[in-house]
Design a protein around this ligand. Structure first.
Ligand code: ZN
Length: 439
């Protein structure tokens, strides 16, 4: 069994997200029949929504809750719920065709009493994917649920949920996990699995998981196959994805002539004890493949062909100078400063409260596309048929309306490019998320 499945919190006290744990625990003080019958869980992927939904199911159906009303996690009902095998706990995926049929069928079967447990729990994942018709059906059910029915709706995209549905639910918001919560989760596994790993190696895993428990735990599982003590440098080697991410971020910064960002990336490498020489060689490898690709007619993505031709000799020189430089990163920094030149584009004045808003982005959407165009024509093309959807908590959500566009725009190097362009335009560091919209 994978670590992620094995170490899903089985009882409330194991939830590492403080807010969520407290909110769920607060329900225990009430009698079950007085508990809300509809819950809406919102938040990013991998933040633990499904696990929490199953815990709600356990609160209602555990056979041996403790004095506080907390589910035991070990009785037959709890075990079946954890394995998604409980006959009265139905997990539906609104994103799949089967899910939609199941929700249709739900209307007909909802009145039936549960087979075994006191309550029938409906967990509907990706609920924002429901059609209007299905939402209406769901709303009718939520308005007058039979006393034995409990709904847990989960979504990564709360803005697509009709207000009429939201108002009938208890809303639990799952934020990205902070470093502390991730480390607590990882340390529990490390202890149980007797994994020999350094603290700074664990911290690096937490840093690289973008606030998602699932990612952090998967990373840990991946490195746990290593024999012997796991150090930070081993983790670094194994997380080659993050290496690629750093390089593409660096190239995006160069492509946009963002000296500060590029120098910041170098400073980060130095701080993390990364080998500058290796970084240069890896970057040159990527540049080489872009150069060769561009000759074959492949688009150059984040850099123009001219940039690539200019960067290769500059970085090769930096590599040669490295041998005689008393400060390893200095030749690379010099190459960056020389390549980026003096000019920095002037940012558009930000709103008075100093934060980028959806209105602002919508107003400057064409400027944004124009600013992205020199780096990547095809990306600019995709953006033209997309639209800004939300700006919230430092995350800019862009809606694309074709799966192919969404896929392309969601590539790491492209979101990095978009983040850099946004920063240049609005003077604010944000994260970009691409979602698939319904036309
Ligand atoms: Zn139980």
């Amino acid at each position: 069994m994978s670590f992620y499945r094995k170490y899903r919190p089985a009882v409330l006290s194991e939830i590492d997200n403080d807010m969520v744990r407290q909110q769920l625990t607060s329900f225990l003080s009430k009698d079950k029949k007085d508990l809300p019958h509809a819950y809406l869980f919102t938040g990013p992927k991998g933040a633990g929504k499904t696990t929490a939904a199953r815990l709600v199911a356990k609160i209602f159906n555990c056979e041996k809750p403790d004095k506080s009303g907390s589910p035991c996690g070990t009785c037959e009902a709890c075990k079946m719920i954890a394995q998604a095998r409980h006959l009265d706990v139905l997990e539906l995926d609104a994103a799949s065709n089967r899910g939609i049929d199941e929700i249709r069928a739900l209307r007909d079967t909802i009145a039936l009493t549960p087979s075994f447990a006191p309550y029938k729990i409906y967990i509907i994942d990706e609920v924002h994917m429901l059609t209007t018709e299905a939402f209406n059906a769901l709303l009718k059910t939520l308005e007058e649920p039979p006393p034995h029915a409990v709904f847990v709706l989960a979504t990564t995209d709360v803005q697509k949920i009709p207000a009429t549905i939201i108002s009938r639910c208890i809303h639990v918001s799952f934020s990205r996990a902070d470093q502390k919560a991730l480390l607590t989760a990882l340390k529990r596994i490390v202890k149980d699995e007797k994994i020999s790993i350094d603290d700074d190696a664990l911290a690096l895993i937490a840093d690289n998981s973008d606030g998602a428990y699932r990612d952090a735990v998967k990373f840990l599982e991946q490195v746990s196959f290593h024999k012997g003590k796991i150090t930070q440098s081993i983790v670094r080697d194994l997380l080659s994805v993050s290496e690629e991410k750093t390089i593409s971020g660096f190239l995006v910064a160069l492509g946009t002539r963002d000296r500060k960002e590029a120098l910041g990336i170098i400073a980060e490498l130095v701080k993390n004890g990364r080998d500058i020489k290796t970084f240069l060689v890896d970057t040159l490898h990527i540049l080489e493949s872009i150069l060769v690709g561009s000759v074959m007619g492949k688009p150059t993505d984040v850099l123009s062909e001219q940039d690539v031709r200019e960067l290769i000799p500059r970085l090769t020189r930096a590599y040669a100078d490295l041998r005689i430089s008393p400060i390893p990163q200095l030749p690379l920094e010099l190459a960056v400063v020389e390549f980026c030149g003096e000019q920095e584009s002037a940012p558009v004045p930000v709103s008075r409260d100093g934060s980028l808003s959806l209105e602002q982005l919508t107003e400057h959407w064409q400027d944004f596309i124009a600013a992205a165009n020199p780096f990547n024509h095809s990306v600019a093309g995709f953006l033209r048929s997309a639209r800004p959807k939300a700006v919230k908590n430092g995350i800019v959500t862009i809606e694309a309306f074709y799966p192919f566009h969404q896929e392309k725009l969601a590539e790491v190097k492209v979101t990095q490019l978009l983040e850099t362009v946004l920063k240049k335009l609005f003077g604010e560091k944000v994260k970009v998320e691409i979602v698939l919209g319904k036309k």
